[in-house]
Design a protein around this ligand. Sequence first.
Ligand SMILES: *Cc1c(COP(=O)(O)O)cnc(C)c1O
Length: 348
Amino acid sequence: MAIPTYDIDLSSDTKTKPSAGMRQAMFEAEVGDEQMGEDPTVNRLLEMVCKILDKEKALFLPSGTMCNQIAVRMHCQPGDEIIADETCHIRNFETGGFAALSGASLYPVRGERGIFTPQQFLDAIRYPSNYDPRTAMVTFEQTSNRGGGSVWPLEYIRAISEEAVERGIGRHMDGARLFNAVVKSGIPAREYASHVDSIWIDFSKGLGAPIGAALAGTEEFIEHARRWKHQFGGAMRQAGIVAAGAIYALDHNIERMQEDHDNADLLAEKLDALDGIRVGLHDTNMVFFDVQYLGVTAEEFNNKLSPYKLRFSVSDTYQLRAVTHLDVSREQVLETVEIVERVIQNIR
Ligand SMILES: *Cc1c(COP(=O)(O)O)cnc(C)c1O
């Protein structure tokens, strides 16, 4: 069966394809055995990551999901509990891995736009007793995907972090879109990182590399985490091929995320002006919108776009999500709005 193709793919920032420059860097990469710590390109990438995040050590992993799962395994013993926003990736999109791989449970906090307050955090902590599970970990998703790409305020992170340290609760940051937060807030990555014990960044989202993520922390933390990387099947061989793409991404694709944010703002504004569409959560590179008033489901709406080789992702029965990224230009955003307008006319 032919794989459908899209000229404008706003379904996710994972749809980015490696550019010619990135492919050239990958082609030329020096490589070695990553599992043995002998891949020079991977080692160079990890040095860059440590510098950006101001952490002692980092670990190259095949995916962000594995970064989260290893962090959970590090912070939690079986029976322990994680405090997390109810919308977060760890809870909703990792097939229950925190329970399956680490025996942990999760206390879902009903935050606002994927962000909970320091008071909500305090309320969620288990009272130390012989009966309650132990609160072992708190996680921040920066930016929050289901929150509409919302940015966790530094004051919240700092306040929650201070309370967590006092109680011996491990602090984790899912930084799949950390650089979107950095570009939006102007706060350096290292500042966010300074308030958590473990943090990771994803090279395969807005940064535009094909594969890879890096988990960072203290030397002791990462040395231990390396054992879980091996147990979870994440140790690699000549991974420098993909690490070179990640280096290229860090060198070229961080500041340009401002364009993605501008494009998302433009898209949100134009979609909201269309009759029958209601834009909901929107920040950084994400726009969630509703098509209920058109009398179609999100899936039906998306299917009507495919002849135009345009797609969003379906996030709920009547809700779609558009994510801007480096393979979508401003012109394509305007074209998207025109196509959507045409499709609305056809529905009516
Ligand atoms: C994509 C994503 C992940 C998982 O990363 P993968 O590289 O796809 O495994 C985790 N958290 C958030 C918030 C994400 O958007």
